[in-house]
Design a binder for this molecule. Structure first.
Ligand code: PEP
Ligand code: MG
Length: 349
């Protein structure tokens, strides 16, 4: 059956609308990402495969804030060889040129099962043997990946980030693997990276109570809001029946995010947020109001978020949001207030 004329027309309009919007965002591509009151905001993209790489330039992004290395492992029929990993990482760094790339080490296991690896049956895979836990228990895989990253970064700057760290000792152990591989490569005459920054995702709530210790050790942190919210609210991020039950623009979440920003800014450690929240203009608005100056988002979201940032008065947003977070939780709708602020300020959300 052919779709009705109305439906065809609606789709045609949608395509025109999107083309017009895209053209608008293209015009923003080369504009500096600075708020109306002069605050620089770094917008990066999330990526994971070679096909994502043209987006770095197409969007005018500041770099890749999250490169999900597990995607190469998930699309293949067998475990990628170290040489395949090295080739991909080199391609990524070449495509980014002088822009920074943050490589996240493998976040596999649990619900991100690999078809060619023996399945581990777990009752709660999201809470299970995954990411850095698997990496530290079976260090062969992680060491091979780290070696590939260090070789790809030879002669240039490299940023490595660990997923699902839940205590400082795990970060220490993971960092020790990097040191060990560096020693190996040095002994074997390889060109080492000119600079290595090592950081971690903040996505397990236990880390929120170790920020003081953690911030002394890391070069940077990046909030993984997808997992952090799922664990904070005990809500399965992939289950539509429950994932809409809580509002991301509510006091408990925003207070946590504000605390992370306060602590990392006080410790002068670079901070970013790379979960879905940054891809929504209202989320980006709240984050900037709380002191976030670096966000990593999906490529299609970069234009709309940048358009909002350029029109935003960050100081005014901060003055608006602060008292809302200090008001008794549940007494007001923060989402509603943010929406009203955006309307009054002429921001497109
Ligand atoms: C997150 O948890 O917010 C995140 C960015 O990582 P992923 O979505 O890959 O779990
Ligand atoms: Mg995550």
């Amino acid at each position: 059956m052919r779709p009705s004329q109305e439906i065809e027309a609606a789709f045609a309009e949608r395509v025109r609308f999107r083309a017009r919007r895209q053209a608008q965002y293209l015009a923003l591509r080369d504009r500096p990402c600075v708020t109306k009151d002069g605050q620089k905001v770094e917008l990066m993209i999330n990526a994971g495969l070679a096909i994502d790489l043209p987006h770095v330039d197409d969007t005018g992004s500041a770099g890749i804030g999250l490169f999900r290395t597990e995607l190469q492992f998930m699309v293949g029929q067998s475990l990628p060889r170290t040489s395949d990993q090295l080739a991909l990482y080199r391609t990524v760094l070449d495509a980014a040129g002088s822009k920074p790339v943050t490589f996240r080490t493998l976040d596999i296991g649990g619900d991100k099962a690999l078809p060619y690896m023996e399945a581990v049956i777990e009752e709660n895979p999201a809470l299970g043997w995954r990411a850095i836990r698997l990496g530290l228990d079976r260090p062969g895989l992680l060491r091979g990946q780290i070696r590939a990253l260090l070789r790809a970064g030879g002669g240039r700057a490299l940023r490595v980030m660990f997923p699902m760290i839940s205590e400082v000792a795990e970060f220490d152990a993971a960092k020790a693997l990097v040191e060990r591989e560096l020693t190996y490569l040095r002994q074997h005459g390889h060109t080492l990276p000119e600079r290595i920054d090592i950081g971690t995702m903040v996505e397990v709530p236990a880390l929120l109570y170790q920020l003081d210790e953690l911030l002394k050790k890391v070069d940077f942190i990046s909030v993984g809001s997808n997992d952090l919210f799922q664990f904070l609210f005990a809500v399965d991020r992939g289950n539509a029946k429950v994932s809409e039950r809580f509002d991301t623009m509510s006091a408990p979440i925003l207070r946590v995010l504000r605390e992370i920003a306060r602590k990392s800014n006080a410790a002068k450690k670079s901070l970013s947020l790379c979960g879905e929240m940054a891809s929504k203009p209202i989320g980006a608005l709240a984050l900037i109001a709380m002191g976030y100056r670096s966000l990593s988002l999906s490529a299609t979201a970069l234009g709309p978020v940048k358009a909002m940032v350029i029109d935003l008065d960050a100081k005014k947003a901060e003055a608006m949001l602060g008292p809302l977070l200090d008001a008794p939780a549940g007494s007001i709708s923060i989402r509603q207030k943010l929406t009203e602020f955006a309307e009054a300020e002429g921001l497109a959300l």
